[in-house]
Design a protein around this ligand. Structure first.
Ligand code: NAD
Length: 355
C-alpha cells in the first residue's frame, strides 16, 4: 500500500482556442471582480491590450513592465499602480515572468489573480512566488499567490518562437520528471505528471513540423497544465535547484537551462529512482528516459550544452558548491562531487550516461 496525503487546490481552468479574450471577462465576473489591472511584459503588451479591451469597463488599467525574475522594484511599482487604480483583482498575461509579477501583486495586496499563460512554464499552477533583490532571488510558498482561475488559449501561443516552444516544453517535462520521484508525490500526482510528460513530448515534434498547428498548441498547453499541477503539488529536487543556481547566480536563461540540464540530472538520479524513471520512460515510450529527452530536444534544435548557453568552465565548481550546499529532498544523496559530475556532463552536452 502506498500511503499519501493529497490536496487539490481550488483553482478553475479553462482551455479553449480564443479563450484569452472570450473567457477572461466571464472568469472575472464569476469571481465578482469589477476593476482588474492587466499586467504583462513589454513584448506581450499587444496581447495584454486585447485582454484588457475584452474586459471593457472591468479593466482598471494596463501595466506592461514585467521583467524576468521579478525584481523587487518592478514588483513595488506594479503594486503602486494596482493601488492607485483601485484594482480589486489582477490578470497576468504572458510567460512565467508576467505571471510572477501578478503573483508579487497578489502577495503584497491579497488581490485575486487570473492567469493567462503564453508559455509552458507552469507557474500559473503553483503557489510559489519569486522576487529578486540585489541579484539574489528569494522564493516562497503562499496560497494567496495561486491564481483563482487559469485561462489557457492555444492561439496565444502561436507566436511563441519554435526554439522557446521546445525549451519551454522541456521545462514543463522537468516538473513532471521531478514530481515522479518527489517525497510528497501521490498516486494522482504521478498520473498527472506522466500524462503531462506524454502529452508535451508528443506535441513538440508536431509543433516543430508546424508551429501554427492550433491543435498541437492546445495539446502542449494541456501538457503544461498537468506538468505545472505536478510542480505545484510536490517538492522539487536536484534538477530544479541546479537550474535555480545557474539562472540566479550565472544569469542563464530559464527554459534553455532546464532543457540542457534535465537529461544529465535524470541520468544521475536514475539509479536511486528506478520506478519514477520507468514511469517517465513509459510516458515517453522509451527505455531510457534521459537519453530520449536529450535526443528529442537536440533533434528539435534546442541547445544541448551549458557551454552553448555561455557558462564558463571555471563556473562549474562554484555552481556545484552552491547547489550542493542547500538542503532539499532528492532520491540520490546530493554531494558536491556528484553535482559537479552532472554539471561537467551538461557542460559538454554529450549523450547522457549515469554519473
Ligand atoms: P518568460 O516569461 O521570461 O518569457 C520568455 C520570453 O518569451 C520573453 O521575452 C517573453 O516576452 C516571450 N514570450 C512569452 N510568451 C510568448 C509568446 N506567446 N509569443 C512570443 N513571445 C513570448 O519565460 P518563462 O520561461 O515562461 O518563465 C520563466 C520565469 O518564470 C522565471 O523567472 C522562472 O523562475 C519563473 N517560473 C516560476 C515558477 C513558479 O512556480 N513560481 C514556475 C516556472 C517558472
Amino acid at each position: 500500500m502506498r500511503e499519501f496525503v493529497h490536496e487539490s487546490p481550488p483553482l478553475r481552468v479553462v482551455l479553449r482556442a480564443g479563450a484569452s479574450v472570450t473567457a477572461v471577462p466571464g472568469e472575472a465576473e464569476r469571481l465578482g471582480l469589477r476593476r482588474l489591472l492587466v499586467v504583462s511584459g513589454p513584448r506581450g503588451a499587444h496581447t495584454a491590450r486585447a485582454v484588457a479591451d475584452s474586459l471593457g469597463d472591468a479593466c482598471a488599467g494596463l501595466h506592461t513592465e514585467a521583467r524576468m525574475h521579478v525584481p523587487v522594484e518592478v514588483a513595488e511599482r506594479a503594486v503602486d499602480v494596482a493601488r492607485a487604480a483601485g484594482a480589486d483583482g489582477c490578470v497576468a498575461v504572458g510567460g512565467g515572468s508576467a505571471i510572477g509579477l501578478g503573483k508579487a501583486i497578489a502577495l503584497r495586496t491579497g488581490l485575486p489573480l487570473i492567469a493567462v499563460p503564453s508559455t509552458y512554464s507552469g507557474s500559473e499552477m503553483t503557489p510559489v512566488w519569486g522576487l529578486t533583490e540585489h541579484g539574489a532571488k528569494r522564493t516562497g510558498r503562499d496560497p494567496s499567490v495561486l491564481p483563482r482561475s487559469v485561462v489557457y488559449d492555444p492561439e496565444l501561443t502561436l507566436s511563441l518562437p519554435l526554439s522557446l516552444t521546445v525549451t519551454s516544453g522541456i521545462n514543463a517535462v522537468a516538473h513532471a520528471a521531478e514530481a515522479l520521484y518527489a517525497p510528497d508525490t501521490t498516486p494522482l500526482v504521478s498520473l498527472t505528471a506522466a500524462e503531462g510528460a506524454r502529452a508535451m513530448t508528443r506535441a513538440l515534434p508536431d509543433l516543430a513540423a508546424d508551429p501554427r498547428d492550433v491543435d498541437a498548441r492546445g495539446r502542449a498547453l494541456y501538457g503544461a497544465w498537468l506538468c505545472g499541477t505536478a510542480l505545484g503539488a510536490t517538492t522539487m529536487g536536484l534538477h530544479h535547484k541546479l537550474c535555480h543556481v545557474l539562472g540566479g547566480t550565472f544569469g542563464l536563461p530559464h527554459a534553455q537551462t532546464h532543457t540542457v540540464v534535465l537529461p544529465y540530472a535524470l541520468a544521475h538520479n536514475a539509479p536511486a529512482a528506478p520506478e519514477a524513471l520507468a514511469a517517465l520512460g513509459a510516458a515517453l515510450d522509451a527505455d531510457d528516459a534521459p537519453y530520449a529527452l536529450w535526443e528529442l530536444s537536440g533533434r528539435l534544435g534546442a541547445p544541448r550544452s551549458l557551454a552553448e548557453l555561455g557558462l564558463k568552465e571555471t563556473d562549474l565548481a562554484v555552481a556545484a558548491a552552491q547547489a550542493a550546499g542547500q538542503a532539499y529532498p532528492n532520491p540520490r544523496e546530493v554531494t558536491e562531487e556528484g553535482v559537479l559530475a552532472v554539471l561537467r556532463a551538461a557542460y559538454a552536452g554529450d549523450r547522457p550516461s549515469p554519473t
